[in-house]
Design a protein around this ligand. Structure first.
Ligand code: BGC
Length: 397
């Protein structure tokens, strides 16, 4: 016996990565600097990561072989512009080869221009607090546009809401219940930068443009609705409002957060948690999708990330299945969802540690050998058939 739910035939089915988390030796970034700071700020540095800088053809072949039809990856600003105003044509050519590789394999490329990491020179000169951040980012976007001529989906900035919070804290703190206060200047600059990037891209390439926002499924403890709204607005809704008029909104959802009188509550005792310490809560995707649709004023949704850090791959299938059920319900209610890109294609560098494994494919840390997990084969089958299936164990009674 099977539960069957079907998705549109032109739905994008894929997986996502980010340059710093998979490429390896991304030495010109602010993150590399942070990873090697003393005293240590992170459990371990990214090092060679998954060596995807060299092994991306294999990664993409595996994804295409599973039956997926899209791949989201990021191009690294610090490689393309290693010094302010200095463009590396060789790195542009590298990323162009990645785009060609995806297209040749039948994978729709979804390209992110900024995924948490910035060039060292940008960070050292004030980063997103620079008053000319939008000019500087816009110039990089114009440069990157040279290789984006046939890329249908471009994400300007990944999770600007987390970037604004990181500006006030460290990535490692984000697993904790309390998200650091977003830096208000950084918030303003990021919104300016996104709008500039949207204009630049709009004038140079035919891509659909949007940014990707971390949806946090805030739940008010009864009586704490006002506190929840006040907590959520600067951490999420201001960034969704800034996406009004975009071609799409990238929804990224993993967990929910309860908000009480004094702010967020820790995950309750006895509740299942993942390797990132987050509550196991698959409905987060449907909730975040509905919320993004509402706050953006009905901008089409592309799910650009959703997944689970777990060593139990069967649980990854459970989580993804149930998240997709919630997504499909939102679609049935009229929300325009264009695709689902799972986080992540590979086990990778989870911003300070390799311990939380999100991948559909595992990577041997010594040899870089890739091994497809059952969850990867399962999602590939969903993609190939457009049908969500989970065998229901027949009762023997
Ligand atoms: C980010 C990814 C990250 C994932 C899991 C998102 O915040 O975009 O880079 O690995 O969630 O934490």
């Amino acid at each position: 016996m099977h539960n069957r739910i079907t998705f549109p035939s032109d739905f994008l089915w894929g997986a996502s990565t980010a340059a710093h988390q998979v490429e390896g030796n991304n030495i010109n970034t602010d993150w590399w600097v942070r990873e090697h700071a003393r005293p240590a700020q992170v459990a371990e540095p990214s090092g060679d990561a998954a060596d995807s800088y060299h092994r991306y053809p294999e990664d993409m072949q595996l994804l295409a072989g599973l039956g997926l039809n899209a791949y989201r990856f990021s191009v690294e600003w610090a490689r393309i512009e290693p010094e302010e105003g200095w463009v590396s044509r060789a790195e542009l050519a590298h990323y162009r080869r990645m785009i060609d590789c995806a297209l040749e394999l039948g994978l729709t490329p979804v390209v992110t221009l900024h995924h948490f990491t910035s060039p060292r020179w940008f960070a050292a000169s004030g980063g997103w607090r620079r008053s000319d951040a939008a000019d500087v980012f816009g110039r990089y976007v114009a440069t990157a546009s040279r290789i984006l001529t046939d890329v249908p989906w471009v994400c300007t900035v990944n999770e600007p809401n987390i970037v604004a919070m990181l500006a006030g804290g460290r990535r490692g703190e984000l697993a904790a219940a309390t998200l650091p206060d977003p830096d208000p200047t950084v918030t303003v600059r990021l919104i300016e930068a996104h709008h500039r990037a949207r204009d630049v891209l709009g004038s140079l390439v035919p891509a659909r443009t949007g940014w990707t926002v971390a949806g946090q499924a805030f739940h008010a403890v009864p009586g704490c609705e006002a506190e929840t709204q006040a907590y959520a607005y600067p951490r999420e809704d201001v960034f969704l409002e800034a996406a009004r008029g975009d071609d799409f909104i990238g929804v990224q959802a993993y967990l929910r957060t309860f908000i009480g009188k004094d702010g967020p509550l820790p995950v309750a005792e006895g509740v299942e948690t993942t390797l990132t310490g987050w509550e196991y809560f698959p409905p987060a995707l449907g909730i975040a999708t509905r919320h993004a649709w509402e706050v953006t004023g009905h901008v089409p949704v592309l799910v650009t990330e959703n997944g689970i850090a777990t060593a139990d791959d069967a649980r990854r299938i459970d989580y993804t299945h149930d998240a997709l059920v919630g997504l499909h319900e939102a679609m049935t209610d009229g929300i325009d969802v264009r695709g689902y890109l799972h986080w992540s294609a590979l086990d990778n560098y989870e911003w300070g540690s390799y311990r939380p494994t999100f991948g559909l494919i595992s990577v041997d840390r010594e040899t870089f050998t890739r091994s497809v997990k059952a969850s990867g084969r399962w999602l590939g089958e969903v993609a190939r058939t457009g049908t969500l299936m989970r065998p229901v164990v027949e009762s023997s009674c």
